[in-house]
Each structure stands twice: as C-alpha cells, then as structure tokens.
Design a protein around this ligand. Structure first.
Ligand code: GRF
Length: 211
C-alpha cells in the first residue's frame, strides 16, 4: 500500500509555451485540484511545455508528425502512447493539431480543449489577434475564453463546458489583450478540470478495462 490518494489522471497535450499546463501543475501541487498530471505530450520537441513537465517531475513525450504520414496513422500512434498513461481526461492545452477520430474515439467524451475566444468565435489560430482586429472595426465589444469537449474533428467547437467573457479596452494592444486572455484561460481551465474531476469516470474506466 502506498497511501497515495486515488485521484483522476490527466494527460496534457501541448505544442508550445505550456503556461496552461503550468496552471494545471500548480493547481495540483497546491491542492486546488485533486488530480495528477501523469504525462505530457508534445508534437514539437522544442515546446517549452516539455521543460515544464520535466521540472515538475512528470514524464514528457515527443510525438512528431513525419512529413507525408497520414494524419490518422499519427493519431492512432499518439492515442496508443497516451493510453499507456491510463488518463481519465486528456487536456488539449495549446495543442495545435486537429485530432481525427483515430485519436478521439479512444478517449470518448474525455478530451477537453481550451480556446481563447467565445463559443463560435474565431476558431483556429490567432484567435486573440483576430478578436482585437474585430474590436477595432467595431464588430465586437469583448472577447472571451472557452473550454469544451472534443467529440469530433470540428475546430474549436464541441459541447461547451465553461466560457467566460474577457473585456477589450480601447487602449489594448495584442500584448495587453493576450495577457488578460491568458490569465482567464489559466483560471477557467483549472476550474473546468476541477468540475470534471468531480464526475465519476474512474469506475467507468475500470469497467471498460475489465472487459
Ligand atoms: C492558449 O491561448 C491556448 O488557448 C491556445 O494557445 C495558447 C497556448 O498557450 N490554443 P500556452 O502554451 O498554454 O502558454
């Protein structure tokens, strides 16, 4: 007996800086989140998120897409590697690849994505920059952040778990708006995971693994 509490297992997928991964790691460390990051994956070997994992003592893995390789093949391989960590939840925190059903079907209803815009707004890359442009054209008055489930290949769509408005100020530039959006992301992602971890998926997983 180890005396370790059984807490939900998280695998986090990152492509870059990993400040959202850091928010999760910190929340786990300080007890705000009763969960454990058991593995971190990146499609980029130089992603700073891997360094953050290393500093936190969490195994990090690089899973690079080789040129010309079919996407589904990559996703199958990634899913296989992720499944070795037996995650209850797979968190896409700045993961810059669209996952196909070859990955998603392995973790049905357990893949969560973070997007720096409100539901239905600015899907894809550079969402904060595009929101700022739209604000300057008078098209929007605010932007936001959302965390949602990823049931399929839809880009930054899928059932919304939590979302929150982020104000845009007249004197904002990209840097100031990014800082405000990221601060909300860090908080909202942790709050969402906390909520999800209150759901009883561990017993469900045990049932599946027993099949
Ligand atoms: C976040 O804004 C995330 O929503 C977006 O990419 C950024 C990643 O930031 N998809 P980080 O790597 O967590 O610092």
């Amino acid at each position: 007996m180890t005396g370790d509490a059984i807490v939900p297992r998280l695998v986090v997928l990152v492509s870059g800086n990993g400040s959202n991964l850091q928010a999760i790691l910190d929340a786990c460390t300080c007890g705000q989140l009763a969960a454990r990051v058991v593995g971190v994956f990146s499609n980029r070997g130089r992603a700073y998120g891997l360094k953050r994992a290393e500093l936190a003592g969490v195994p990090g893995r690089v899973c690079q897409m080789k040129k010309g390789r079919p996407r589904r093949e990559y996703d199958r391989m990634l899913a296989e590697q992720v499944s070795h960590f037996r995650p209850d939840w797979v968190v896409l925190a700045g993961w810059m690849r669209i996952l196909t059903s070859a990955f998603l079907d392995r973790f049905l209803d357990r893949v969560v994505n973070l997007h720096p815009a409100l539901p239905g707004q600015f899907p894809g890359v550079n969402a904060i920059e595009r929101a700022l442009d739209a604000y300057r054209k008078g098209e929007i008055g605010y932007t936001g952040v959302m965390v949602h489930l990823v049931p399929d290949e839809g880009v930054d769509s899928g059932p919304v778990l939590f979302s929150e408005r982020v104000p845009i100020m007249p004197n904002d530039d990209l840097k100031t708006l990014e800082a405000r959006v990221h601060a909300v992301e860090h908080r909202l992602l942790v709050a969402t995971i906390k909520d999800l971890c209150g759901r009883d998926v561990t017993s469900e997983r045990a049932d599946l693994e027993g099949e």
